[in-house]
Design a protein around this ligand. Structure first.
Ligand code: FES
Ligand SMILES: [Fe+2]
Length: 399
């Protein structure tokens, strides 16, 4: 259950609806340098300080239905096998053979009870142990026990599978603790991925993610598709430790685009029926806990000016013709809504890259974007002044 009661959320959303002045007690947000979205040096700082050190969403447990099922995490120039062992445990390994480095698995998802290298057929168990080497006598000093697959940290929270490239990172539970209470009462672990989509975008990953951190654009960009469902002016934001957040917005019609007369679990807390609650999760995840299901979106860099959005459409784990038909139609609806957003992103990148817009400006309704940018700098540590954002919002962080 949310830490805020429904009454409290209703009061704060109501106050937003009536507000027509900048809140007195909230600071003016300094402009954010455009170089954060164009500069290769800053992208490298992010790679080293953020992507290689933070817990990253790789997928959902429903994508690994039984022992031996696997999928590959292939963002950030990496290839990582995420696989379910015979004991049910989910593990992650670099997809690199210890012989001469070939990828072991080439298909992005499937089932393999053993990982056999397609080059010279070295074979590894689901636990990552090197089990078989053809003509092993020709490798005089090979110690099989020392040549297992290189593991990647992997932990599961509420059905979501996370990996971390930093062996010394703290536990996932500590990283997520500030936001975790917000999803109690929503049975995430009982869901299934209904649709997978990958979208390539001609913009920096942060510019694409920004779009999902505010609903200031909804009235203009989505007048027919989303605006009829969301009371944009009621938008309230809670800032949490580690860059996580919670958004709450009033449902205009008492429903959302995802709601269908299909199966809904009884254990979804009522607050999720009453209010649209979204949980931006640092560094690159966005989803809204709708009782009918939701889009689980992640945003990844593919160079300073290119990015990839992964969309997993999450629904309840039922198998029926009606359910399949619902998600087929949702796929079309979601594609249309996303294309309304996406058509502007390349123009933003161009304006920043050409130096026409040397800095971007964020208003009060866009404070979540600023909190996200601040957290990136905290992760990196020392950011050159030209790219830096001044820390402003720490005192608004919820305990
Ligand atoms: S590279 Fe894998 S067996 Fe040779
Ligand atoms: Fe949008």
């Amino acid at each position: 259950m949310l830490t805020d009661t429904l009454d409290h959320l209703n009061q704060t959303m109501e106050a937003q609806l009536l507000r027509d002045e900048h809140p007195d007690d909230f600071p003016y947000l300094p402009p954010v340098p455009s170089s954060r979205y164009t500069d290769a040096g800053f992208a490298k700082l992010e790679h080293d300080g953020l992507w290689m050190k933070t817990w990253l969403l790789a997928g959902h447990v429903s994508e690994l239905p039984g022992p031996g099922s696997y999928f590959l995490f292939q963002q950030l120039g990496q290839s990582v096998i995420i696989s379910r062992g015979k004991d049910g445990t989910i593990r992650a390994f670099h997809n690199s053979c210890r012989h001469r480095g070939s990828a072991l698995l080439l298909e992005p998802r499937g089932k393999a009870m053993r990982f056999v290298c397609p080059y010279h057929a070295w074979g590894y168990s689901l636990e990552g142990d090197l089990k078989s080497v053809p003509d092993q006598h020709d490798f005089a000093c090979l110690d099989k026990a020392e040549n297992g697959l290189k593991p990647v940290r992997c932990e599961v929270e509420r059905g979501m599978i996370y990996i971390n490239f930093d062996e010394n990172a703290g536990p996932l539970s500590a990283f997520m603790a500030s936001q975790a209470p917000q999803k109690v009462g929503y049975p995430l672990e009982n869901m299934a991925v209904k649709v997978n989509m990958l979208v390539e975008m001609d913009c920096n990953w942060k510019l694409a993610y920004h779009n999902f951190l505010e609903i200031y654009h909804v009235a203009t960009v989505h007048p027919k598709s989303l605006a009829p469902f969301l009371d944009s002016k009621s938008f309230v934001v809670a800032l949490f430790e580690n860059g996580h957040m919670r958004f709450a917005t009033r449902k205009k019609k008492g429903s959302t685009i995802f709601e269908a007369d299909l199966y809904k679990p009884e254990d979804v807390a009522d607050i999720f029926n009453q209010v649209t609650v979204a949980l931006p999760t640092f560094p690159n995840q966005f989803y809204a806990l709708d009782p009918g299901g939701f889009n689980l979106q992640t945003f990844w860099p593919a160079g300073p000016d290119k990015s990839i959005m992964e969309v997993r459409m999450m629904g309840w784990d039922v198998d029926s013709d009606a359910d399949r038909a619902h998600w087929e139609s949702m796929k079309g609806i979601v594609r249309n809504i996303l294309s309304e957003d996406l058509c502007l992103f390349a123009s933003i990148q161009r304006s920043l890259e050409q130096g026409i817009i040397p800095e971007i400006r964020l208003g009060y309704q866009e404070r979540a974007l600023y909190w996200f940018e601040e957290e990136i700098d905290r992760r990196i540590g020392t950011v050159p002044e030209a790219h830096r954002v001044a820390p402003m919002l720490g005192r608004y962080r919820e305990a």
